[in-house]
Design a protein around this ligand. Sequence first.
Ligand SMILES: C[S@@+](CC[C@H](N)C(=O)[O-])C[C@H]1O[C@@H](n2cnc3c(N)ncnc32)[C@H](O)[C@@H]1O
Length: 189
Amino acid sequence: MTSTDRQYFVDLYASDPDPWRLATSWYERRKYALTVDALPNERYRRAFEPGCSIGVLSELLAPRCERLLITDIVSAVVEEASRRLKTFSHVVVEQRAIPDWWPAEIFDLIVLSEIAYYFDAATLEAIMDQVIQSTEGGAHVLAVHWRGETNYPLTGDQVHGLIDTCDQLQSVAHYSETNFVLDLWERVA
Ligand SMILES: C[S@@+](CC[C@H](N)C(=O)[O-])C[C@H]1O[C@@H](n2cnc3c(N)ncnc32)[C@H](O)[C@@H]1O
């Protein structure tokens, strides 16, 4: 299977505005808490979260960032994320699809939360090239993904294994339990 196309997500959100219960489930709330607590720096200057959905994780990342860019491929969720984050003037929300679009900026934090397994391995490698191009030494890259069975092109474990092969990223933290895997890497200079 190649990368998951936009229509899959448009149809999913048309049938349910929060199909993964991101805003209401204890599982997500706990995972988000572990995600933000895994970030070593108290503050980040410029952070990027592609595939933000309705912005629930973004809302927890926002207070830790001086500028936060969040994007999603589906316009309806971009509107919802904009509403959720409207009190944070330093958060920019855009409808964009990676890897076709990638910000021409340097970030000190990139968060890949429950998005990278929607791409095939070649596309994820291209995305990681973009991650490396848009970070400098000391930047943090965090990935967190569901480990269960899906019909996505990659499993969560495959995603994290592939990211771990990037020579420019050094593992800082690894956490895995039955349902999800979380890794933090630091960009080497
Ligand atoms: C499971 S949600 C994850 C949301 C959020 N990152 C979190 O962890 O709560 C995956 C999101 O990625 C978006 N998405 C899928 N492919 C994308 C792409 N190529 N570019 C940007 N967003 C994409 C989907 O529309 C969906 O909202």
